[in-house]
Design a protein around this ligand. Structure first.
Ligand code: ADP
Length: 292
């Protein structure tokens, strides 16, 4: 019996097996399937090559941390494992439905509650970071704990991405970037309290179920400044006014956020530059120029 069958039997009963495997579209990186089980249950499976098990272990760890806050709906992790030449992640299946005003409100309130939940336990050895490094899309995300958000964001977010992107900048630009990084703390601010973040909060990473409830999926979790999650919701759109109003009335948004927003998103633009190439150079340069 292969490992996947073993897990299904362990979780759902000895007589249960996979009847059908239907591809699910929408992901960037992995193959995704709906698995129909003989007992009538359905589970969601992502698969990749065996060597990529680290992605799934990290995702499972992030989902479990978010779920522990008991705020936004997060799919239950059934297992992350290896099977022959593949690795897989098995999750509770979310039946997708239609977004309503109530969905946006619940997402805004839920995210705010998640950001207000106690986060100390997740970044041991500092206030900001996470227990392990993980991934932002296919890019490595460094989570070494730091005592201040400013240090963490510069040293573990901007700096490693700029180092990876060095080939895109000439000597003059690199000097400009070094000087920008040495002053970036002037543009950042410490949060009132550290927050557990989703970390990759674009509209493809939330789902609405059949009852209109929102769920968060595919995170790049760490403890940081809540504003960084909020900034990413604005980067590619897909979050409506009701969402922001609900968020603001629950957790509040500091007036200085609007001046810091692009700096948080510089991290994601640099990550896109490193993963997908020069098409993102213009966005990266225009953000840097705004802060120089
Ligand atoms: P990738 O890691 O490749 O980016 P995603 O986690 O974004 O993959 O998942 C791919 C697609 O599968 C999503 O866009 C969503 O439509 C669907 N999906 C993700 N998680 C679930 C789930 N737990 N149940 C049902 N469908 C899901």
């Amino acid at each position: 019996m292969n490992r996947l069958d073993e897990v299904i039997k362990r979780e759902f009963g000895a007589g249960i097996s996979v009847l059908r495997r239907t591809p699910v579209s929408g992901g960037d990186i992995n193959r995704a399937y709906a698995l129909d089980l003989s007992g009538g249950n359905k589970v969601f499976m992502k698969a990749n090559s065996r060597s990529n098990i680290g992605f799934f272990k990290a995702e499972a760890e992030g989902l479990a941390a978010l779920k522990q806050t008991g705020t936004v709906r997060i799919p239950e992790v059934i297992d992350a494992g290896e099977d022959g030449s593949s690795s897989f992640l098995l999750l509770e299946f979310i039946e997708s439905g239609t977004r309503t005003k109530g969905s946006s409100e619940e997402l805004g309130t839920g995210l705010a509650a998640m950001h207000m939940a106690a986060a100390e336990a997740y970044a041991r050895g500092g206030k900001f970071g996470f227990s392990h490094d993980n991934y932002i899309g296919a890019g490595e995300q460094i989570n070494s704990p730091r005592d201040t958000w400013t240090e963490f964001f510069i040293e573990c977010r901007l700096l490693p991405q700029f180092e990876r992107a060095a080939e895109y900048f000439d000597r003059g630009e690199r000097k400009k970037i070094d000087s920008f990084l040495s002053r970036a703390d002037n543009y950042l601010a410490e949060p009132d309290h550290p927050s557990l973040l989703h970390g990759d909060l674009w509209s493809g990473n939330y789902m609405i179920d059949r009852d209109g409830h929102p769920w968060l999926i595919d995170p790049a979790v760490y403890v940081g400044h809540a504003e960084a999650d909020l900034a990413m919701t604005e980067l590619f759109g897909g979050f409506d006014r009701t969402f922001y109003e609900a968020y603001r009335s629950t957790a509040g948004i500091d007036p200085g956020y609007k001046d810091r927003k692009d700096l948080y998103n510089l991290y994601h633009m640099l990550n896109h530059l490193n993963l997908f190439g020069g098409g993102y150079l213009y966005s990266v340069r225009s953000i840097i120029n705004r802060y120089i």
